[in-house]
Design a protein around this ligand. Structure first.
Ligand SMILES: *Cc1c(COP(=O)(O)O)cnc(C)c1O
Length: 404
């Protein structure tokens, strides 16, 4: 095809011209998608190996989710929480059951779920634990990613995410991820919570040492501190279990959920916890105009039902082993590190070969879309509907990029 006839170059230019440059997207312009496949404005197809940072665990336009969204659009889209709507109770009950918790508090974005968790933990600290007024602290981990609000970036250790956004919110103590002694030492009488990702996604799918999460659970119980698991990216089937915490039999006091909860259709997030914890909130103390809206609930109910079948967790666990085998075979052939949990992989490319960005650009040319995180690390997180053959195809293309 003649370059001039392609729509992509001008569509890329326009996208750059009219937006703040807070992202550095690959130069591809998508116009439609189905399952694990994307199609660009020129009709070229790509295998999606990012899945909207795990917001698309069930693939693009899963028929059951799209049907629920269409049906709800034709009936009722928004009431605000000033009134109750007929999708609300089912969503909250079914999600609470999936989480094994008493209560659910629905919000929209992941960052709002994190903010909600922080507020609830502080109030619980003052009202239930008896922490000194104004002195609550929360222990967090180095390399964390919990979102982009001013409070959340206050405890980020990524300079790009944090620099020049101060003054910063106090009340957070940062400790090395995976180091139980450091975490234990950071807890004092005013600590209300430990907030962790059970696997650090943005950091490059960093899995903590075995025994770390159970150790955190134990010290939180002993010291009367809430264990808040940010499962916004790791949860809802991505790792081969419903929650990444399940791999070590750990039950946190609070789950923070988002991304895949909205089925790739609408932003839906939630906090799930027991009544002793979420029960501290009274009317007027927290809320969101769009949180728990009818459209969001209608889609998320079907998300929870898809997860309740266990099919996606099973696929992720089984296909993840195939992905692992394929990627581990590339160690020493361009890869210097591979971490895999279910259909979620962090790959460290030999920095002497190319950056993660360069690898993603070359993969794009070969019809595979993935995203770099830091330096020479890339992450693969395909929709859980991907097939064995498609995984093999992605691994084969990666092998060729590394060998070229
Ligand atoms: C994406 C993400 C968030 C923030 O979610 P947004 O919807 O982008 O606000 C928080 N925590 C983790 C672990 C995430 O991956």
């Amino acid at each position: 095809m003649i370059e001039d006839m392609l729509r992509t170059p001008s569509a890329v230019r326009d996208a750059e011209k009219y937006t703040a440059h807070n992202y550095h997207p690959l130069p591809v312009v998508i116009s439609s998608a189905e399952g694990a496949w994307l199609t660009d404005v020129d009709g070229k197809r790509y295998l999606d190996c990012l899945a909207g940072y795990s917001a698309l665990n069930f693939g693009h336009r899963h028929p059951q989710l799209i049907a629920a969204a269409h049906a709800q659009l034709d009936r009722l889209t928004l009431t605000s929480r000033a009134f109750i709507h007929d999708q609300f109770a089912d969503f909250c009950r079914e999600l609470a059951e999936l989480c094994g918790k008493d209560l659910v508090l629905p919000m929209n974005t992941g960052a709002e779920a994190v903010e909600t968790g922080i507020k609830v933990a502080r109030k619980w600290g003052y009202q239930v634990k008896g922490v000194t007024p104004g002195q609550a602290n929360i222990v967090v981990a180095e390399g964390n990613f919990h979102g982009r609000t001013t409070t959340i970036v206050s405890f980020s250790t990524d300079e790009d995410a944090r620099a020049d956004f101060g003054p910063y919110t106090p009340g957070f103590t940062v400790v090395p991820y995976g180091d139980l002694d450091a975490l234990t030492a950071a807890i004092d009488e005013n600590t209300v919570a430990v907030l962790l990702e059970p696997i650090q996604g943005e950091q490059g799918v960093v899995v903590p040492p075995e025994g770390y999460l159970p150790g955190v659970r134990q010290v939180c119980t002993e010291r009367n501190v809430l264990f808040i698991a940010d499962e916004i990216q790791s949860g809802l089937g991505r790792t081969g279990r419903t929650f990444a915490c399940d791999h070590e039999g750990v039950v946190p006091d609070m789950y923070l959920l988002g991304k895949a909860l909205g089925g790739g259709i609408v932003p839906v997030s939630a906090v799930a916890a027991n009544a002793e914890v979420l029960g501290v909130l009274k009317p007027g103390q927290h809320g969101s105009t769009f949180g728990g809206n009818p459209l969001a609930c209608a889609v998320a109910i079907e998300v929870v039902r898809l997860l309740a079948t266990g099919e996606f967790q099973r696929r992720s666990a089984e296909l993840g082993e195939r992905l692992r085998a394929g990627l581990e075979a590339l160690l020493g052939k361009g890869l210097v590190g591979v971490r895999v949990r279910g259909l979620w992989a962090g790959l460290d490319i030999d920095p002497a070969l190319m950056s993660g960005r360069e690898a993603c650009e070359r993969l794009m040319e070969r019809g595979i879309l993935a995203k770099d995180t830091h330096g020479s690390t890339i992450r693969l997180a395909p929709p859980l509907v991907i097939t064995e053959e498609e995984i093999d195809q992605a691994v084969a293309q990666l092998a060729e990029v590394l060998a070229a």
